[in-house]
Design a protein around this ligand. Structure first.
Ligand SMILES: Cc1cc2nc3c(=O)[nH]c(=O)nc-3n(C[C@H](O)[C@H](O)[C@H](O)COP(=O)(O)OP(=O)(O)OC[C@H]3O[C@@H](n4cnc5c(N)ncnc54)[C@H](O)[C@@H]3O)c2cc1C
Length: 464
């Protein structure tokens, strides 16, 4: 039987982010996925600023920002009648905020970029490996193979086998009346330069078309309700009816899937050496564009902790903070996406001020989406003045802060030395002003005018 430090079940964005983070620390992991080949669907489209900072740390931002784009134009219709067009200029890039905007990229492309990075780091995804059982750190696959792992991470999506094997309830609700068909299509009769189009109608349902620049591909979403079939004929018919565009013709359906409204969270994100992350731990509506981002950030929170424990740099207790930090974030994300979804569903498109109100609401939401970074409250890893993501910046030497943070080490910026710190765990840089401790995942752990609290922080929480 094969033995491995970490077995990652599921090679979606969550599993791949974790695999990259562990690989760069030299931690041996296996990444398995039940699919015969990589997923093809556009699905999650938005990479938010905090995910971009995480991907920067993993050495991926250039690939992501080259392939991705900032969506600025959205055209709204009530029924088939044009209501207004929103043009949202990108927020300016600054030294402190190199990623102020949401980058749009089809999920299959984000996953491909992550897989490529994993390959550069010496890892790979084993496709066609379906996990069927888990008992006492031993994982069983459909073909009968068994693997013993010191740690197992269930990043195996909303229907997680790992969660089921652990017997952890997935608490929440499913609304069978709220269904949508999500697809990637090629079409004629619409200019991609016009940006995203949305058709809203209280009786006919919703349609959305989002171009993927320079590919000829569009993401098409149509609401289905309880009874409509999620097949290609229905997609074509609903697009024609709801857009009212006689020249619109879907020439090819590349991928499609039916989405149901689920709002659920696992009662626990950890059972001993087994963790749940991403959709395996929480699912919600796509409103707010949280899905993939929350999974990436779960993985980024867990990656350095798991890596440090496996490398003997930190005690096992460090792993307790994964659930205590990520579960409140997941709960807040569920509540936010549910609020946004409720707002859309209850919208009375027919009322006279619908256009201006919709415009104002959408602008508000876009601004919020750019800035919805979670802040970790005080806890074992967050001291005085900590909890928020550390901004980027430039030191008088010219060094860029994000470059100093890059890697799975803590960073101390401060006016003097802090004796006794393990250089494998902490990098210290001399900077005028107070001491600032930045965690490997880019969060400020604490600030202090003196070195004492810095020493105490590492003595208490990070000694292996
Ligand atoms: C149809 C659809 C449309 C979506 N649209 C949007 C959107 O518009 N915006 C948005 O933000 N989010 C969207 N999402 C959500 C977003 O795609 C997810 O939040 C994101 O994929 C979560 O990533 P993950 O890695 O946690 O899980 P997943 O991407 O689901 O990956 C899980 C992986 O685990 C594998 N797996 C499952 N079971 C096993 C097993 N037993 N053994 C081995 N491997 C296994 C699967 O093959 C899969 O590759 C959509 C999701 C779906 C399903």
């Amino acid at each position: 039987m094969d033995n491995v430090d970490v077995l990652i079940v599921g090679a979606g964005p969550t599993g791949l982010t974790l695999a990259c983070d562990l690989a760069r620390q030299g931690v041996a992991s296996r990444v398995v996925d039940q699919s015969a080949q990589p997923g093809a669907g556009g699905r999650g489209f938005s990479l938010k600023p905090l995910s971009l900072a995480a991907l920067d740390d993993l050495g991926l931002t250039r690939a992501i920002t080259t392939a991705g784009f900032v969506e600025r134009r959205t055209r709204f219709h009530r029924g088939t009648r044009r209501l207004f067009e929103l043009d949202t200029p990108p927020a300016p890039v600054t030294v402190e905020q190199p990623y102020p905007n949401v980058v749009a990229l089809p999920q299959w492309r984000t996953e491909a970029i992550l897989r490529e990075r994993l390959g550069e780091l010496g890892g790979k995804v084993e496709f066609g490996m379906r996990v069927t059982g888990l008992a006492g750190g031993e994982v069983t696959f459909a073909g009968g193979e068994r693997v013993r792992a010191r740690f197992v991470v269930g990043a195996d999506g909303g229907r997680s086998t790992i969660r089921r094997e652990l017997g952890i309830p997935f608490t929440g609700r499913t609304d069978e009346d709220t269904r949508a068909m999500i697809s990637d299509v090629r079409l004629d009769g619409l200019d991609p330069a016009g940006g995203v189009r949305m058709w809203l109608s209280p009786d006919r349902g919703v349609a959305l078309l989002r171009p993927v620049p320079e590919t000829g591909v569009w993401q098409a979403v149509v609401s289905l309700g309880r009874d409509l079939a999620g097949d290609e004929d229905t997609l074509r018919r609903l697009l024609t009816e709801r857009t009212g565009l006689p020249g619109l013709r879907v020439t090819e359906v590349l991928w499609h899937s039916v989405w149901r409204y689920n709002l659920r969270i696992a009662d626990r994100f950890r059972a001993g050496p087994v963790f749940l992350a991403g959709d395996a731990a929480h699912v919600h509506s796509p409103f707010g564009g949280h899905g993939m981002n929350t999974g990436i950030q779960d993985a980024y929170n867990l990656g350095w902790k798991l890596g440090m424990v496996v490398r003997g740099l930190a005690p096992q207790g460090l792993l307790d903070t994964y659930e205590s930090e990520r579960m409140p974030v997941a709960r807040a994300v569920l509540a936010d996406s549910d609020r946004r979804m409720g707002g859309m569903m209850s919208w009375r498109f027919a009322r006279p001020l619908a256009g201006p109100l919709l415009r104002a609401g959408f602008v508000r939401q876009q601004r919020k989406t750019r800035r919805d970074h979670p802040v970790y409250p005080a806890g074992p890893l967050i001291g005085e003045g900590g909890g928020a993501p550390a901004p980027d910046g430039a030191l008088p030497t010219g060094a860029r802060l994000f470059d100093l943070f890059r890697g799975s080490h803590f960073t101390v910026l401060g006016p003097g030395p802090v004796p006794g710190l393990d250089p494998a765990l902490v990098h210290v840089h001399r900077v005028a002003g107070d001491f600032r401790v930045v965690r490997p995942d880019g969060y400020v752990a604490l600030t202090s005018p003196t070195a004492g609290p810095v020493r105490a922080y590492f003595a208490r929480f990070a000694a292996g």
